[in-house]
Design a protein around this ligand. Sequence first.
Ligand code: ATP
Length: 442
Amino acid sequence: MAKNDTMEKLVSLAKRRGYVFASSEIYGGFGSTWDYGPLGAELIRNVKEAWWRDVVLAHDNVVGLNASILMAPEVWKASGHVDHFSDPLIECGNCRKRFRTDDLANPEQCPVCGKKELGEARQFNTMFKTFVGPVEGDAAVAYLRPETAQAIFVNFKNVQQSARGRLPFGIAQIGKAFRNEITTGNFLFRTREFEQMEMEFFVEPEDDERWFEFWVKERMEWFQRYGIPAGKLRLRAHDPDELAHYSRGTSDIEFDFPFGWSEIEGIARRGDYDLRQHQETSGKDMTYFDQAKNEHVLPWVVEPSAGVDRGALAFLTEAYAEEEVESAKGKLETRTVLRLDPRLAPTKVAFFPLIKKESLQELAHRLQDEARFEWMTFYDETGAIGRRYRRQDEVGTPFCVTVDFDSLEDDAVTVRDRDTLKQDRVGVGELMTYLREKLAWR
Ligand code: ATP
């Protein structure tokens, strides 16, 4: 399948089956914003759950935070975002379209109208501004956060003291971020509203390279753990002139998307930039008392910052496949399958009575009721069983449980595996244990 076909087919499947809809679709959509439908909402929840488990729960020295999106505007002045969080923008003198300089294949020629009338690059701040309170004046300006990280920095002392954090330790947060991107596109890849999974890992200044290496390795392994093959991931170190204003070194984890290698996560060495800026601007002490050294230090920071939506898009594109399989009648047919890791798959188990017969329906419902509080489940009794399987394959459901006539005799059901197509006969009493084993997080 040609690479670009995959994207087109995925976007169409996503809409048709309730993964992703264009936002405000009945009004013609709204500038690169997307809504997750029933299955998408579940996928996103699972991506975040996977991250939280592996970054927060798995580490003794990482704790969570859930801060508000609106913050004092001084935060963004101190952090450097008001002055530096901008993209170089070029306008075409002919068609007036605007582009990010790094999106131009030919820096002389407009990619829309083809005229060679591109102007000088100028800086465009990508923070969204809004007003707080009833008066719309400069004094009431607030920003929608362009990254979740700043809330972690300004809460550093609160968290460190209440959780009694000792270096090295991390504070993690998942939440929405907003950027008024000049050029958007590639579906969920670049949007103006998205979610980030960020962790600020505070270390002794002399340890920052070691912890940078540690988190790069952890994060590369994380994507592989949930289904991205090593060959489709690469690490790209930023050139010095590409570095964000706060960074002393950043590497991006890139994924081989159908539209080319692109960033899904950035891992930055932020040094003590942020804590120092907030200390100077707020006048509040942001140091940590290092008992071993008997001195106050400003910790340095290693930051893995991943996009929920970009991650989900990477998992989805990797999972999408079309393949020839043999039908029940022995004919070859094409099936579309989303080979999502079972832990990320929205619906984990579908329950089917072979036909609409009360005794089969009852047992299928009873089994579903046992499973529904652990996973998202689905019940379907309409159409031929083969068609029901295909529908679940297409949305990535890893297991289908079928109750047939024999079930009433042998007290067992058939569990079909989405990937191997193998069918296991499992005793009704053992079904939950069987599924729990297959769906375990670790
Ligand atoms: P890019 O260069 O693609 O604009 P960035 O380097 O500005 O990304 P970071 O500031 O490092 O991105 O943000 C960390 C992560 O947040 C990115 O790796 C990405 O997964 C996610 N992210 C950033 N901007 C967007 C966006 N506009 N839409 C969706 N996800 C985003």
